[in-house]
Write a protein that binds this ligand. Structure first.
Ligand code: ADP
Ligand code: MG
Length: 760
């Protein structure tokens, strides 16, 4: 009894501390001793409430499991909301294609709308990816006409879900559709889930779609990608069947893009018209410090940037995007985000959303996110490593070599086919990764060179060598142990292969990493091309092997043949070196230096044959894309030239002219004071000289730019912009950058490189 009492005393004491007010109240009310039990209940309730509050506040910290995908109409949500039969039908179409009946579409549309409206949505949009490289959307409210009583209903039909009809006349089409033929259609890509965009506009239900012309020609980046995925699947299935895989029903390309970006202070960004209009600095002297200390890569993340990353992750997780890795990159103010890989078309959609969300969240944090491939001269630019693999729906990654690749015949055949594909279509791969900004990167000393080659690593290179030389690969190099030399550290198991950061197309264990892609570019084109060229190689191999009488012999011979014929594409050395450029030339590998030169590879006989054979592009579609690319190039450089003309004319020249006046006055005052103003005079002369040079260069750029604008042929015009306009732009930048380093900082109108990349 005493013990219980003591216990109660203790309990009373601790309650008193925790719930002082309640306990005092009860005691003052003269609650009899027997009723301590009741008090106990009150306390229990409080404890429960507190715990719940604590949980709540923890979930405010971020409950990733809870928020992940909350803005996505996932398969799980479809399963909950759709009748069993309808769900099964939709799932079957998602996995294996087929036409959805209007009745089914109606049911899906209603469920989708109900979910969206419950989550605050007022509008829906067909979300698509025209040739501008970014996404497009036109919002329609769910509302219908009010009835006689004035009541309105929120409605969304199957027809509206499946098909949209935006006026397509203002999107680039490269002559595929004259402006008077304005009809374009968007068609629901049911394999990529619908999602909710939430921002100041409200909540919008976004339905991923493909965008086609009235005659069915692709006007976007999504349609050819989906076509290429089907082609790859069909041909890859033929390959796995040859090796006795009867279970697989399709093969899917998976993609994980690593997105690089810069963050700068928004106020400073807004003071730079070049950044606003073109995404890169057109003027700017290097800061005293660059990336030479190698102290930014993987460095501690600054608080402001960390807060941005946290917010960004949260937004992405809500959109069902599995943002996984984040770190500081090589250049100051440069960072990277990588999601977990996904099916190619979903990865493409997600990457668009990642880029968009990066910009949106930056604004919220008083920052600006720069996705341009080369925002600052002299420090590293940004790319997007496109990790790509292919796997069957019964769980086999065709790029997994296993422990002994020399014995894995299916893998060796796949590898031989990819070597053949990349060698045969190196020009097309190069093209697929080119955009205006990437011209500053490819071939410069930081990114992969403009020459396509494949890195296989020691182990596979050795296997290929054995196969080519003797027709057999008897053994393979093994990984072994890595000894750290410290007793308290574990000895690590070592991969059989080291990495090579300079290769544009590197094998990294169970995937290829295509490193040429630009940071601002859509990843649709590179993956369309990769799928297409590999589908072709698979098709040609299957054509031979399906007819073979002795399969083992035939596959052995084919692997040897392909590897021998295409071994020139393998390069394991330093891709940045001058020797490689010469060696590649000896090997006959194309070295396509710019986007403009890469564009014509789209319509070579070889390219047309490839893309038409697999129904990915018609000749007309390829020609239209070629034209759009030339136009895009010319327009982009034109904007840059105009921005330079404006900034130099309205900001730099007046500022420097004002400064020469100050200097001239200083010279006069010194003389009056009886001091010889040697330094002031020299400075004045130097600055006046550079000012004259800048003015002349500006006038020259104006003239050349006018000449460029008058060229009618798109290809000729693009080449003129590349060769003439860009050179004139450089000539204007040089004196301006010199002036920046000698003119008083307070009169220079643009935030400097130092201000931008070190003061975030
Ligand atoms: P790395 O070794 O190149 O740093 P990571 O494992 O960090 O590779 O992955 C980089 C990207 O590659 C991530 O987006 C990741 O999800 C993706 N990735 C990993 N495995 C595969 C695969 N089998 N296919 C496609 N992408 C993959
Ligand atoms: Mg990587």
């Amino acid at each position: 009894m005493l013990a219980i009492l003591e216990n109660l005393e203790y309990v009373k004491y601790s309650w008193k501390r925790v719930f002082q007010k309640e306990v005092n109240m009860k005691l003052n009310e003269g609650v009899p001793f027997e009723r301590w039990n009741a008090l106990f209940d009150v306390a229990g309730m409080h404890i429960q409430k507190r715990n719940a509050e604590r949980m709540e506040s923890m979930s405010e910290v971020m409950n990733v499991e809870k928020i992940f995908g909350e803005q996505v109409f996932t398969l799980g949500k479809m399963k909950e909301r759709l009748p069993k039969k309808v769900f099964a039908e939709v799932k079957e179409i998602m996995e294996h294609g087929g036409e959805m009946s209007l009745e089914t579409a109606d049911v899906v549309a209603k469920a989708m709308k109900d979910w969206a409206v419950e989550n605050g949505a007022t509008h829906y949009t067909h979300w698509f990816q025209p040739l501008t490289g970014i996404t497009a959307e036109k919002h329609d409210a769910f509302i219908t006409n009010p009835d006689k009583m004035g009541k309105m209903m929120m409605e969304f039909s199957g027809k509206e879900l499946i098909k949209g009809e935006p006026d397509a006349s203002s999107f680039p089409s490269g002559g595929l559709r004259a402006t008077f033929e304005a009809r374009g259609y968007t068609a629901w890509d049911c394999t990529s889930p619908a999602f909710l965009k939430k921002d100041a506009t409200g909540v919008i239900l976004c339905i991923p779609t493909a965008f086609c012309s009235y005659k069915g020609e692709a006007l976007d980046k999504k349609t050819p990608l989906l076509r290429s995925m089907e082609a790859l699947s069909e041909q890859a299935i033929r390959i796995v069947r040859l090796f006795g895989n009867t279970e697989a029903t399709k093969v899917t390309a998976s993609v994980g893009p690593e997105q690089e970006y810069f963050l700068v202070d928004r106020e400073k960004y807004l003071k730079r018209k070049d950044l606003i209009y073109t995404g890169r600095t057109l003027f700017g002297a290097p800061a005293a410090k660059g990336q030479e200390m190698e102290d930014h890569y993987f460095g501690t993340i600054k608080e402001r940037v960390g807060a941005y990353m946290k917010d960004l992750n949260e937004e992405l997780w809500k959109l069902g995007i599995s943002a996984k890795t984040q770190h500081n990159e090589v250049a100051p103010a440069q960072h990277e985000l990588a999601p977990i890989y996904n099916t190619a078309n979903i990865a493409v959609d997600h990457n668009q959303l990642v880029m968009e969300t990066m910009k949106k969240v930056a604004t919220r944090h008083g920052l600006a996110c720069l996705l341009h491939e080369k925002p600052f001269a002299g420090v590293n630019g940004s790319g997007k490593h496109n990790n790509w693999s292919i796997g069957t729906d019964n769980g086999v990654n065709l790029l997994d070599p296993g422990k002994t690749p020399n014995e894995n015949v299916q893998f060796l055949l796949v590898l031989a086919c990819i070597m053949k594909a990349v060698d045969t279509h190196a020009d097309l791969l190069r093209q697929s990764a080119s955009d205006v900004g990437n011209d500053h990167r490819l071939g410069a000393n930081e990114a992969p060179p403009a020459i396509i080659s494949m890195f296989l690593g020691e182990q596979l290179e050795d296997v290929v060598k054995q196969l080519v030389e003797t027709g057999e690969a008897k053994n393979c190099l093994e990984g072994g142990k890595l000894e750290t030399g410290v007793k308290t550290l574990p000895n690590l198991s070592k991969d059989a292969t080291d990495r090579n950061r300079t290769s544009p197309f590197a094998f990294t264990g169970n995937k290829f990493e295509f490193r040429m892609v630009g940071s601002a570019d859509s990843i649709a084109s590179p993956n369309t091309t990769l799928n297409a060229i590999v589908a072709e190689a698979f098709c040609e191999a299957a054509d031979v092997l399906e007819q073979a009488e002795d399969f083992d012999m035939a596959v052995h011979d084919l692997i040897k043949k392909y590897m021998t014929e295409h071994q020139r594409i393998i390069f394991n050395g330093n891709g940045y070196s001058e020797e490689w450029v010469e060696e590649a030339e000896r090997r006959g590998l194309p070295n396509i230096k710019s986007m403009v030169e890469a564009t014509e590879t789209l319509t070579t006989e070889k390219a047309v044959k490839l893309f038409e054979k697999f129904g990915i592009f018609t000749k007309a579609e390829l020609e239209s894309r070629e034209e759009v690319l030339y136009e895009t190039y010319s327009k982009s450089i034109n904007i840059e030239a105009l921005a330079m003309i404006n900034i130099s004319g309205k900001q730099l020249i007046p500022a420097v002219a004002g400064y020469t006046k100050t200097l001239a006055e200083a010279v006069v005052s010194c003389k009056e004071a009886g001091v010889e103003p040697t330094a002031q005079k020299e400075l004045l002369e130097e600055i006046s000289g550079l000012l004259a040079e800048m003015k002349a260069a500006r006038e020259n750029l104006m003239k050349i730019h006018e000449e460029a604008a008058s060229i009618e042929d798109p290809k000729k015009q693009a080449f003129f912009y590349k060769d003439e306009v860009k050179t004139a732009m450089e000539a204007l930048r040089t004196p301006a950058d010199k002036l920046e380093t000698i003119v008083d900082k307070s009169v220079w109108p643009l935030p400097s490189y130092g201000d931008l990349i070190f003061e975030v």
